[in-house]
Ligand binder design. Structure first.
Ligand SMILES: Nc1ncnc2c1ncn2[C@@H]1O[C@H](COP(=O)(O)OP(=O)(O)OP(=O)(O)O)[C@@H](O)[C@H]1O
Length: 467
């Protein structure tokens, strides 16, 4: 063997891939037999054998060398071998001066492991994507959306309190998000895997209150279920009990609830066995409990028990930054729900931004759903809005400051914002001045310009009114 042959043999032998060199007829001259285990379970010596023979035996299917000899050009293919491996093979022809193939060099790289890992990775990636969408949907369903400082503060406090067992009293008008925050207190706590029992105290009939809250033993009263029933307090064991509209809790039940809170024990109706319960209590009301205490409608001792950490959620009208965010959020969510692509006309949007939202987020959510369902056109014009909203917006429009109008609109189109400023300045000048000449001086523009602008904004005001 020449020195070159020895070097070549060493290179092939020490390579991590399977390297095979054949002559121009496909007879194997060199190869590293160790790597033939990817083709055969027990590789036999094959120097001097023809790749056509190996192909016939099914060991190489297909043989890349055979393809190169036929095509007379370099080839790369993926091969599935008899041993179940996935091989990437690359082969190059070497020509003599007459253009005849004198050698074919092929490299086979076992990709089985990489392919398996890749498959596993793709499967995992698909799973993660699925979870991500689920989490996003849950977040959209359950997550509080806010931009205002007040809500940021409340949300921070909720997160801080979640993992304590502190009793929280959520205060605020109807629809501001009290129930949503109560749920958040639960889902962010260590009790999240245990039940979250939500009780709306205003919807339970007075005569059923006690049995609903404390449960009963079998046969304790007419109409009772045969095997007795767990009460809501019992169901909340280890979890969170959320009593919404706590101001509606009858006085007789207030005394019993206080006892449960103090002793952490209760007895089912008709029973005689005391049961221990452990739950985190969250309550909510839109009533002034202090005033109810003064009027004798709410027990002072219970009030102290509930009022450990009071959190007041401001009405939507006092956190205007949140309005546009919530409008966009519900438009997106409800459009998705009904597979529609409705949009609010800028004038409709403007009216919604200055509306006072007495029913808060719930009213906003319901209105967006109603608009999307009842408007035939894709663009929702102001005339689709309920009369009370348009009426109130007209009264408010002049009160609301210009700055507020831009800050709370999502529309950052310079032209429309400039027009808004111009319109506001014209209205302001009109209020302060007695003539168009005076207005021109006040605004620093010519009198004909004042006339033109007055006409322009009169037309848009009329158009909005007609809408
Ligand atoms: N910040 C917010 N982001 C997203 N959705 C919100 C937000 N605040 C409230 N909501 C939604 O508005 C609706 C009303 O909220 P929720 O029921 O929590 O109000 P509430 O204060 O408990 O009302 P009530 O006093 O009438 O029980 C719910 O659908 C809730 O998901």
């Amino acid at each position: 063997m020449s020195t070159e042959d020895i070097i070549l043999e060493k290179i092939i032998e020490t390579s991590n891939n399977n390297i095979t060199i054949t002559d121009g007829k496909g007879v194997i001259l060199y190869t590293n037999i160790n790597h033939w285990s990817v083709y055969e379970h027990k590789p036999k010596p094959i120097i001097g054998k023809s790749i056509y023979e190996l192909q016939e035996q099914g060991i190489l299917s297909p043989s890349i060398t055979a393809i190169v000899l036929k095509e007379k050009s370099p080839i790369q293919i993926m091969q599935n071998t008899k041993t179940g491996k996935i091989i990437m093979s690359t082969a190059y022809p070497i020509f003599n001066d007459n253009g005849e193939i004198i050698r074919v060099i092929s490299y086979a790289f076992d990709q089985t492991e990489i392919r398996t890992l890749q498959d596993q990775y793709e499967k995992l990636e698909r799973k993660v994507k699925g979870y991500q969408t689920e989490v996003e949907e849950l977040r959209e369903k359950e997550g509080a959306l806010y931009r205002s400082k007040e809500m940021q503060q409340i949300s921070k406090t909720i997160l801080r309190l979640a993992n304590t067992d502190a009793t929280v009293l959520l205060l605020g008008e109807s629809g501001v998000g009290k129930s949503m925050f109560a749920r958040k207190l639960h889902t962010q706590s260590n009790r999240r895997k245990e039940p979250f029992i939500e009780v709306n105290c205003s919807t339970i009939p007075l005569n059923l209150f006690e049995s609903e809250m404390f449960g009963y033993e079998s046969g304790s009263f007419t109409g009772a279920q045969k095997n007795g029933k767990q009460g809501l307090i019992e169901q909340a064991h280890n979890g969170t009990l959320f009593l919404d509209e706590i101001g509606e809790l009858p006085l007789s039940i207030q005394a019993k609830l206080l006892k449960v809170l103090q002793e952490k024990k209760f007895i089912r109706i008709g029973g005689n066995k005391e049961q221990r319960v452990d739950f985190r209590l969250v309550t909510a009301t839109n009533k002034d409990l202090e005033e109810m205490v003064q009027k004798g409608e709410f027990r002072l001792d219970l009030y102290y028990r509930l009022n450990v950490i009071p959190l007041s959620i401001p009405p939507l009208r006092d956190r205007k930054e949140d309005i546009s965010l919530l409008i966009n959020h519900f438009m997106k969510l409800i459009n998705r729900k009904y597979k529609t692509t409705k949009k609010l006309h800028p004038s409709t949007y403007e009216i919604l931004l200055i509306y006072k939202w007495p029913g808060n987020v719930r009213e906003l959510e319901n209105l967006v759903e109603r608009l999307i369902l009842t408007t035939e056109e894709t663009i929702i014009l102001p005339n689709s809005l309920p009369a009370n909203i348009i009426g109130q917006a007209k009264t408010n429009r002049d009160d609301i400051s210009l700055i507020e109008q831009f800050i709370f609109r999502e529309d950052h189109n310079l032209k429309s914002v400039m027009e808004l400023v111009e319109k506001w300045m014209i209205i302001k000048a009109q209020k302060q001045c007695k003539s168009t000449y005076e207005m021109a001086k006040y605004l620093g523009i010519s009198q004909p310009s004042v006339i033109r602008k007055l006409k322009k904004y009169k037309n848009t005001a009329e158009a909005e009114e007609n809408n």
